[in-house]
Write a protein that binds this ligand. Structure first.
Ligand code: ADP
Ligand code: MG
Length: 260
């Protein structure tokens, strides 16, 4: 059996009084490429934050490679698990290369400077994400698709085993969506990285992910291969609209029913 990367068991989380994650269990296997789907407000971002230890669940257990995360040294965990939030809140005028180098932060000792090795790893991350040619430009002045690639480069510089991304393709046009998903697929296939990607586009999830987790109201409705999870009746109930499903080259294609 494939080793487990992260085990979340009976996780519940409440903001104020509203339950957002409700007794939810997920086992992430090594080298999974999981598409986390579900309507707005279903708990995708909250689940990613729990996985990345940004927030603590009210109850339940989280293990990373067999150890309870609360017993793992924070620095070691930060080197192993990387989270890319939705959007790009950065407002400071950093250069692209500086943003990527920030990914090395969990490896630095207090007050120490980046080493030659840190620069080399950052450069490799920029090559993988095709961002080297604009490394001297300001992050605030590049396009959304370029920003997303830089965020991925920065996460790669961290050299994580588990990469968590919150809607990396949502602000992008079709070409950039495919480009980002192809970069992620390459990391999964050729760099053995485990990925969990919150996303809205069911067709992209179907085409690129080996596993899909469908959330609704803080619970897992379905978890399995795209062929298993992307079923007309389940999706219509969760999203509350009529859908047409097709099969092409072994992938499921979905779009809202038009003209009814
Ligand atoms: P998704 O990413 O699937 O859209 P979220 O995890 O962002 O869902 O949100 C799940 C629920 O938690 C929503 O009802 C949302 O309003 C609520 N929520 C999210 N963040 C906060 C917050 N900081 N404070 C209070 N409620 C929140
Ligand atoms: Mg979200």
């Amino acid at each position: 059996m494939t080793p487990l990367k992260m085990e979340l068991e009976n996780i519940s989380f409440t903001y104020n009084i509203k339950p957002v994650l409700n007794d939810l269990s997920v086992f992430i296997q090594e080298n999974d490429f999981i598409g986390l789907i579900g309507p707005n407000g279903s708990g995708k971002s909250t689940l990613l934050k729990v996985m990345s230890a940004i927030i603590k669940p009210d109850s339940g257990s989280i293990k990373f490679k067999g150890s309870e995360t609360r017993n793992i040294n924070k620095k070691n965990f930060a080197q192993s698990v990387s989270w890319i939030p939705q959007g790009h809140p950065m407002v400071f005028p950093f250069k692209v290369s500086e943003v990527v180098l920030m990914g090395r932060h969990p490896y630095l000792s207090p007050l120490s400077f980046e080493s030659h090795e840190d620069f080399k790893i950052s450069q490799r991350a920029m090559q993988t994400t095709m961002t080297s040619h604009f490394s001297d430009r300001l992050f605030n002045e590049i396009s959304e698709g370029e920003k997303q690639r830089v965020m991925i480069a920065s996460a790669l510089a961290q050299n994580p085993e588990l990469l968590l991304l919150d809607e990396p393709t949502s602000a992008l046009d079709l070409k950039y969506q495919i480009e980002i998903m192809s970069i992620l697929k390459d990391l999964n296939t050729n760099h053995k990285m485990t990925l969990v990607v919150a996303m809205h586009d069911l067709n992209l999830a179907s085409r690129f992910c080996n596993r899909i987790i469908l959330l609704n109201d803080g619970k897992i409705v379905s978890d399995g291969t795209p062929l298993k999870v992307l079923q007309k009746d389940i999706l219509e109930e969760v999203y509350g609209i009529e859908l047409d499903l097709y099969s092409k080259n072994g992938h499921t294609l979905i779009h809202p029913t038009i003209g009814k």
